[in-house]
Design a protein around this ligand. Structure first.
Ligand SMILES: Cc1cc2nc3c(=O)[nH]c(=O)nc-3n(C[C@H](O)[C@H](O)[C@H](O)COP(=O)(O)OP(=O)(O)OC[C@H]3O[C@@H](n4cnc5c(N)ncnc54)[C@H](O)[C@@H]3O)c2cc1C
Length: 377
């Protein structure tokens, strides 16, 4: 992967941030990553184009770490093929897998994951989008926002309420083709690290029951199981960004002369570099522990949350320290460390903000403690 990325992604900096340029760059990356065979690791099932029968979390993490080092956009493209099709790999019927996964693995179809709504982000179980049975179809009505690949995706995995049961229990998951009648891209959203992002509107968008993933009411479980795999990979992407910033900081501080020395000769700089390197290694250990546990079939919710929280927060601090070492050069638009500063920021928010990870960790350890204290009958 490193060799492929070094050869193929050296020209990946996108200067034009228009919707058209970003869409074109993503489509091109989908094609190149697909042709090179990397999306095989983003889907599960050898007979559906996957590299193995189950998604190999450690492979996904290693690929994301490497791609992120070279290009945030390439990492984004790879991650979304996995996140957008993950629910199909995990819960799809044979027909659903055969219909979508081989095309995702080849880069012939672009995937997206649509759960967030204007009033349901961190509190995802508050989502209001509804899927109402009408004859032998569902009619989906509602709004989804912040949807990555919105506008270029060929299909969306959409989470909607199929019953009046409140909270997590009344939610179901559906695969909705991008050309389904009643689905429109209502708005394209510009963000600091440009990638395709959109608000989607569903107006009685008709979907047959064969497009439902799993049973009615299983949608929350489908979403959480998908995130359990890909949360560790967000940590891995953060590691890639942090390691790149570390390397840039080492290079710059070794070559920049001031007061008759190289910047790296000063102990204040060395303290910074030592902390950056140590924090990166701590984050790496948590990341690959979570990925390894997942691949052993162990419950991983707490460990993945620890990894995501630590790696993304660490990467932000490491990149900030790298910018400090660069001085004014660090804030010049599209300098590698400036780009990393913009690339890392959303990772502390999406797939569960840091505060949400803190709650997941705390709930998990409190529950485990209380269960261990309960008298054995
Ligand atoms: C670049 C980007 C890409 C995204 N891609 C997708 C996608 O492909 N599909 C999709 O469905 N969604 C996507 N999202 C949406 C993302 O998952 C949500 O932004 C995220 O869940 C947070 O929801 P919110 O933005 O509504 O913030 P809110 O829910 O309004 O939260 C705001 C802040 O409140 C704090 N907070 C949250 N809970 C608590 C608490 N209990 N106690 C104290 N503080 C708290 C956190 O700091 C949080 O950042 C994307 C977001 C971004 C930025």
């Amino acid at each position: 992967m490193e060799q492929w990325a070094a050869t193929n992604l050296h020209d990946a900096t996108l200067k034009d941030h228009s919707v058209q340029a970003v869409d074109d760059a993503c489509r091109q990356l989908v094609r190149r990553l697909g042709e090179a065979g990397w999306f095989k690791y983003a889907v599960g099932g050898k007979s559906y184009g996957g590299s193995a029968d189950a998604i190999d979390t450690r492979a996904v993490c290693l690929i994301r770490e490497t791609l992120a080092w070279h290009s945030g956009l390439a990492d984004f493209v790879f991650a979304m093929q996995g996140l957008g099709s993950g629910a199909i790999s995990l819960f799809g019927s044979h027909e659903q897998k055969a219909k979508y996964l081989p095309r995702v693995a080849e880069g012939a179809a672009i995937a997206a994951f649509a759960i967030s709504e204007p009033e349901a982000g961190s509190d995802v179980a508050a989502l209001q989008c509804r899927a109402v049975k009408k004859g032998d179809e569902y009619g989906i009505t509602g709004v989804k926002t912040w949807i990555s690949n919105g506008g270029i995706a060929d299909f969306y995995v959409v989470f909607a309420r199929t019953s009046d049961v409140p909270g997590a229990k009344g939610i179901s998951a559906f695969v909705v083709n991008a050309n389904a009648a009643g689905l429109t891209i209502a708005e394209r959203i510009d963000v600091m690290a440009p990638h395709p992002l959109a608000r989607l509107e569903f107006k009685d968008c008709r979907v047959p029951p064969c497009q439902r993933l799993g049973e009615e009411g299983q949608g929350f479980k489908v979403a959480m199981a998908t995130l359990d795999i890909f949360r560790s990979s967000v940590a891995a992407a953060a590691l890639g960004f942090a390691r790149r910033a570390m390397e840039e900081a080492l290079r710059r501080s070794s070559s920049r002369k001031m007061f008759g020395h190289a910047l790296a000769d000063f102990q204040l700089t060395q303290a910074k570099l030592a902390k950056m390197a140590t924090d990166i290694d701590c984050a790496a250990l948590l990341t690959y522990r979570a990925a390894w546990l997942k691949d052993q079939g162990c419950p991983v919710t707490v460990e993945a949350a620890m990894a995501k929280m630590t790696a993304t927060e660490t990467a932000q601090q490491v990149i900030d320290a790298a910018i400090q070492i660069f001085g004014a050069l660090g804030v010049v638009t599209d300098e590698p460390v400036e780009k990393l500063y913009r690339e890392i920021r959303p990772l502390r928010i999406y797939e569960g903000a840091t505060e949400v990870q803190q709650l997941i960790i705390a709930r998990g350890i409190i529950k485990a403690f209380q269960e261990s204290e309960r008298p054995h009958g």
